[in-house]
Design a protein around this ligand. Structure first.
Ligand code: NAD
Length: 486
């Protein structure tokens, strides 16, 4: 499918998806979706208003009781069909992701497969929402705990994994018996709209999944969080916006799950298998061109091997083929938009001005397209902004350390706590350091942690709650305790 265009998706909705059908925005508004490789307009989609948001909650409300009462096995079958249809259309989905997000097809294919897996996993989990039964310690009664769907869920997702961040929420929500309104990122609404079509075709009843592209995201999400029928917010995005939404959700005490920003350390000890560490570094840094919350953001390498690591990482980074994501041989596509590439450029310039050495890359090629060269920076000074902020681009800053205690201190010196990576041949050290690292996830001799069967999430200011695994469904269930005498 080398010459992919939107014409090949005649069933792609370009309007709001509410109550199982397409609707134009209440004020007729639309907004453009831009191709990051050319800066040209791909198409325009309906721009949801506050009135549309309430209409979407109406639709989710109308479907809620029926969906919650649907047999778990039936909900499981619908999710299983969603997995199968998504898998059958994974090539189209990958091209669409690549077109609107910019990521290389190889990454988009990986995402399409990963995203579909959440439907398979939660099809399997839907029939396992068990409760508890015990005798009260006093012996006076039984303690019975049942798990019930939390209610209508508002799902807000980012542009960097437009399919997977949506399915990681829709899968467990539907398995638990909740109905949802999804507000996708404005840079990437098309992927979410195609998924609305796929879920509809798989038999998801009208109103169970509603998709509301909206550029006025603040007003639209706020209106839903102040509607008393909404009981759940699941947000994936920046910590900055997460803080705003936690405050908004406080007004109606809405249950919140938050997957926020990261600043992942990638620690390489002197005894590490360096070849394996380089393989892991390329995945942890370059999956999605660096636009991942799990992206290695700070490389801490033991002083004995830091020079060799920097040289060899730079060789690999310099060899990457940069180009439009939809070209089959591209390994690194453009970043998603102008702001993102400008931020990466600022961070690199700041790091260089502070004394970092450019080992490879370091610049923005001439346009069109939001490209940035794969870059390695060595000798990055401790105070540099690039070590505090999420880079979200193809840049690897390297800092040398002297001993284990210093590595742990440096790695934990951040308000974020999503994921950490550790490379060592000494398993005892690896486990000791894994325990000491302040993050929700650790990749030990691995550059990739994401797995639909594992609890994904952060500590500190990287988030609240977990997505994926058994825990992911608990975020959409509430415990009801019945004290019973029989
Ligand atoms: P963002 O916070 O700018 O936007 C995320 C979503 O929130 C989008 O849908 C956006 O339209 C919406 N939004 C923005 N302002 C809002 C407001 N005031 N009220 C309501 N909604 C609002 O994030 P982004 O730039 O789309 O994505 C990148 C960020 O997401 C990074 O910080 C990255 O680390 C994070 N992320 C985290 C995870 C995770 O699982 N922890 C996964 C992927 C991305």
């Amino acid at each position: 499918m080398a010459d992919f265009s939107l014409d090949q998706l005649p069933d792609l909705p370009l309007d709001l998806w509410v109550g199982g059908e397409e609707r134009t925005a209440s004020d007729g508004g639309r907004f453009d979706v831009v191709d990051p490789a050319t800066e040209g307009v791909l198409t325009a989609v309906a721009d949801g208003t506050v009135q549309d948001a309430i209409a979407a909650v109406d639709a989710a409300h109308a479907a809620a009781a029926g969906w919650a009462a649907t047999a778990p096995r039936e909900r499981a079958e619908v999710l299983r069909r969603s997995f199968e249809l998504m898998t059958a259309r994974s090539d189209q989905l990958a091209h669409l992701i690549s077109l609107e997000n910019g990521k290389a097809l190889v990454d988009a294919r990986g995402e399409a497969a990963y995203a579909a897996e959440f439907f398979r996993w939660y099809a399997e989990e839907a029939v396992r929402a068990s409760g508890e039964l015990m005798t009260a310690p006093s012996g006076a009664n039984r303690i019975m705990v049942v798990r019930q769907p939390v209610g209508i869920a508002v799902l807000v997702t980012p542009w960097n994994f437009p399919a997977a961040m949506a399915t990681r929420k829709i899968g467990p929500a539907l398995a638990a018996g909740c109905t949802v309104v999804l507000k996708p990122a404005s840079d990437t609404p098309l992927t979410a709209l195609l998924m609305a079509r796929i879920l509809h075709d798989a038999g998801v009843p009208a109103g169970v999944v509603n998709v509301l592209p909206a550029r006025r995201s603040g007003a639209v999400v706020s209106a839903m969080l102040h509607d008393p029928r909404v009981r759940k917010l699941s947000f994936t995005g920046s910590t900055e916006v997460g803080r705003i939404l936690l405050k908004e959700a406080a007004d109606q005490v809405v249950n919140c799950s938050m997957e926020l920003g990261g600043n992942a350390p990638f620690v390489v000890f002197e005894d590490a298998d360096l070849e394996a560490a380089l393989d892991g570094a390329m995945v942890a840094k370059m999956r999605n061109g660096g636009e991942a919350c799990t992206a290695a953001n700070r490389f801490f390498v033991h002083a004995d091997v830091a020079g060799e690591f920097a040289t060899r990482l730079a060789e690999r980074m310099a060899a990457l083929r940069v180009g439009p994501g939809t070209d089959n041989d591209t390994q690194v596509g453009p970043l998603v938009n102008q702001d993102t590439v400008a931020k990466v450029d600022d961070l690199v310039r700041g790091a260089v001005a502070a004394g970092s050495r450019v080992v490879t890359g370091g610049a923005r090629p001439d346009g069109p397209g939001y490209y940035f060269e794969p870059t390695v920076l060595a000798d990055v000074p401790h105070g540099a902004a690039i070590l505090r902020e999420e880079i979200f681009g193809p840049v690897a800053p390297i800092v040398a350390f002297e001993d284990e205690a210093e590595a742990i201190r440096l790695a934990n010196d951040t308000e974020f706590g999503l994921v950490s990576y550790v490379y060592t041949r000494d398993l005892a050290r690896g486990l000791r350091v894994s325990e000491a690292l302040e993050s929700g996830m650790v990749g030990l001799n691995r550059g990739l942690v994401s797995d639909p069967a594992a609890p994904f999430g952060g500590t500190k200011q990287s988030g609240l709650g977990r997505e994926g695994g058994h825990e992911g469904m608990l975020d959409y269930l509430e415990s009801k305790y019945v004290a019973v005498t029989w």
